[in-house]
Design a protein around this ligand. Sequence first.
Ligand code: IMP
Ligand code: MG
Length: 174
Amino acid sequence: MQEKEIVISRAEISGRIKELAKEISSDYRNCNLIVVGVLKGAFVFLADLLREIDIPLEVDFVRLASYGADTVSSGEVRLSNDIELEIVGKDVLIVEDIVDTGLSLVFLRKLFAGRNAKSIRICTLIDKKERRQVELEIDYTGFEIENGFLVGYGLDFAEQHRHLPDVYRLKNQT
Ligand code: IMP
Ligand code: MG
């Protein structure tokens, strides 16, 4: 068993999600909102966030690959599953579990921009800002966490821990 300590509790997450959803609902009123979740990590956050948003929206998913069964990014991002919906003229909100180097989201933003979305914004549950390698504007951030490798609430380490209701930091990992 890998040792871990709790860093964000389920109560903190649910409180923050209500605030983010309120902001998003107000910012996107009278827009053509399409929420795109980044699999697999964002599925838990997305499910809770969407149920607090009170305006019409569409949902789709992409799957990106950049990490293997390791805690260090390979630095290479590729699309392993694309969205099915059209985004031309739509207001795209990308929902991520955690932003680390920023490479994944720079890649995705560029991809959607090339398809003539009307607007593209980013919402992430967690921002590990200090580890950023590329410039990236994030529009909605749940929590900023300085360091460590985090698991739970959708986040995994080698596919484990995604089902945990709180967010933990693994001990002895960078
Ligand atoms: P980036 O391209 O380096 O920003 O990588 C972001 C992706 O790496 C996230 O969507 C996660 O899938 C994964 N990742 C980065 N840091 C962590 C972490 O602390 N725990 C779990 N996954 C992470
Ligand atoms: Mg992810």
